[in-house]
Structures are given as C-alpha cells and as structure tokens.
Design a protein around this ligand. Structure first.
Ligand SMILES: Nc1ncnc2c1ncn2[C@@H]1O[C@H](COP(=O)(O)OP(=O)(O)OP(=O)(O)O)[C@@H](O)[C@H]1O
Ligand SMILES: [Mg+2]
Length: 352
C-alpha cells in the first residue's frame, strides 16, 4: 500500500540542462500512472528521481506521505524494471530473481518460496535453471518483472519495459502487465513514448512535453477533451487533424477561404479526429456540423478499416472509415463531421 506524490519537482542537470521544470502528480494507492511524451521530455529523469537514482533539484517526492528526497534508493522500497532488463548474464533465472533478496539477508527458505511463487505467476517455472541468453526477449522481460515482483515492494517503476519486443509480443505483455498490476495492486509509475501503451495501461495518464505536464487525467477523458493541440496530436493515431483558421470580416475561414461559421470566439485552430470524420457524396452535413468539399488523394486499406487522405479547405485531412473505402483517389466528395466532434484551440494551442 502506497501513494506517490510529486510536488513541483524540478531537475537541472550539470551544464544547466533543465530536464524537468516543475511537475506535480498524485498517484493514488494501487493505481497505475503512465507518463507519456516525446523523447527528451523528462520522463526517465522523473522516474529516476522517484527511484532515488537522481538527485531532486527542487520540490518534493513523497512515498506514502513521507518525503523521500534524501532517502537512498535501497530504503525507498521500490522496484524498477528497465528497458534493457538489466539481468545478470552469468546467473540463472532463479538467481537473478533471488539476488536482491539474498542481498537483504533474507532466509534461504523464504527466498525459495518467493521465487517459486513469483515464477508460477509469470509462468517461468520451467525456466529457472536457464541463463538470460537462453531465453527469448519476452521471457527475459518476464524475468525482469519477476525480479521486481519477488521483492514485494511498495511501488513499481517501469521505464519503457516493452520497447525491445516486437509489436505482437508487446501487445501480449501489455495485457500481462496490466493484469499483474491489478492483481498485485501495487502502485506503479510506467514510462513510455507509445501512446497506445499509455492509453491502454493507465489509470492516471500524464502527458508530458518539454519538462512540463500538459495534461493529467483518465485516458479516455484526455482523448475526448485534449487540453492542447500538443495533447490532441500526441494521443490518438493517426493524430487529430488540425486546421488553422483565419479571422476575416465574415468570421473564421480555413486557408482556402472556406467559411467555418460554427467556430467559437477565440478559436484559431479546428481539430477533427480521423475517426470522427466521414466522407459523404452530395449530401449535406447535419446542422452545425462540418462539411468541406474535398478531393481524395490517396486511400490506404488496412483490412478492418481504411484511411482516406483528402485535400479539403486548403489542408490535408485524414479520414478513417471502417471496412472498405467508399471512395477512390481522384473522387470529389465532402469531408463531414458532427458538431459535437469538433475541437477548437486558440492561438496558443489551448482548448477553447
Ligand atoms: N545525465 C544527464 N546529464 C545531462 N542531461 C541529461 C542527463 N540525462 C538526461 N539529460 C537530458 O534531460 C532531458 C530529459 O531526458 P530524459 O532521459 O528524462 O528524457 P525521456 O523523456 O526519458 O526521453 P526518451 O523517451 O528518449 O527516453 C533531455 O534533454 C536529456 O538530454
Ligand atoms: Mg527515457
């Protein structure tokens, strides 16, 4: 049982590199918090500060209500799983898992019990006598998880633990990690730059950008109401279409002069998710919705759905439809979207 609380945490590295500019996050007991953001935005730095592997320049990190800024990593009772697994190559799976417990002076019988129980949970029972090089990537990943679980820590920290696996295995392990975390109920912080992984794993999703938090919340709330164009284009794939608006005498227009009468005051960017847009031939959109004359430039069928690349309003717009594409390259039609599916952002990229 533990909560993790960050209050205005900052990190400046030697050479005046400001990696984290003031981050506050509260992770409730037993929940999985995912930090997502582009490369270099400070995710690993933040995680390492929680772990105690990096000094905290300013602010506080608390575990279970206790400030741990000056407490060493070993005393924080947390376990970290890294991208490269960091297994000991010369040790058998059993010893890799037992190592940390032996170091803490735990009795042989207790160690044996814990290692075997954990191995059972992770289906590693048959592999305990192997060395890491005799395992597949997914199995190594499981051993790294096992090494963290066996210690029954207060908090799990994960730094891109699945990024060395192929797409299919990554999907499987994602489900396993989620189930395991739920079953064990251990408060966790998980770092990834993969928005799909972030969406599917998170109880609390934290979108970071340039050392700051852009948005915190439930993943679907963030998907439905992104607070900024940055979040809008980072969460969801393909990303949200973002169309700049110009203020003219007759109201907002797109770059080719198409009027957008429904634009609210202060809106400088119109956002439409590919899955919220559709194409229509001839028919007008429902009242208040978007209806832009468009030309289909390309079609990508991927089986269950198709992506239509359209030129509309002087912009490129991606439309995602289920099944086969109703149109072909060269067709002229309309890109339509319901009024309630439109997003509006101001000149600073903030949601209107
Ligand atoms: N030891 C260090 N000394 C100086 N600067 C560092 C150090 N470690 C990281 N940085 C810088 O701090 C910033 C944040 O790095 P960090 O590793 O936290 O990013 P990240 O979000 O984890 O990125 P990635 O997705 O690529 O792993 C980067 O600009 C990086 O170059
Ligand atoms: Mg990193």
């Amino acid at each position: 049982m533990a909560t993790v609380d960050l209050k205005d945490v900052k990190k400046t590295y030697a050479g005046n590199v400001v990696a984290v500019k003031g981050v506050s996050i509260a992770v409730p007991d037993g929940q999985l918090c995912v930090l997502v953001g582009p490369s270099g935005c400070g995710k690993s730095t933040l995680l390492r500060m929680i772990a105690g592997l990096e000094t905290i320049t300013d602010g506080t990190v608390s575990i279970d209500g206790k400030v741990v800024n000056t407490i060493g990593p070993a005393e924080r009772d947390i376990a970290m799983v890294f991208q490269n697994y960091a297994l000991y190559p010369h040790m058998k799976v059993y010893d890799n898992m037992a190592y940390g417990l032996r170091n803490r002076g735990m009795g042989k019988d207790e160690i044996d019990k814990r290692v075997r129980e954990t191995a059972k949970i992770l289906e590693l029972g048959a592999l305990l006598e192997r060395r890491p090089r005799e395992l597949s990537g997914g199995q190594r990943q499981r051993v790294a998880m096992g090494r963290a679980i066996v210690r029954s820590p207060k908090v799990f920290l994960f730094d891109e633990p699945l990024s060395n696996l192929d797409a299919k295995l990554r999907g499987q392990m994602r489900v396993e990690i989620k189930n395991l975390q739920r079953t064990l109920g251990v408060t966790s912080v998980y770092v990834t730059h993969d928005q799909l992984e972030a969406m599917t794993l998170a109880d609390v999703l934290v979108v970071m950008n340039g050392g700051l938090v852009e948005q915190v919340g439930n993943p679907l709330d963030i998907y439905e109401k992104p607070a900024s164009t940055f979040v809008a284009s980072f969460i969801g794939a393909p990303p949200m279409n973002l169309l700049p608006l110009t203020d003219s005498a007759n109201g907002a227009t797109l770059s080719d002069g198409t009027a957008v009468p429904q634009a609210p005051k202060g809106a400088a960017i119109l956002g439409v998710r590919p899955e919220d847009a559709d194409v229509a031939v001839g028919a007008a959109a429902s009242a208040g919705g978007l209806s832009l004359p468009a030309t289909v430039e390309g079609v990508e069928p991927v089986g269950a759905e198709s992506f239509l690349y359209c030129a509309a309003g002087g912009q490129k717009i991606i439309v995602r439809v289920s099944g086969r594409s109703p149109a072909n390259p060269g067709d002229t039609l309309k890109v339509v979207a319901k009024a309630e599916k439109l997003h509006w952002f101001d000149t600073a990229g903030k949601r209107v």
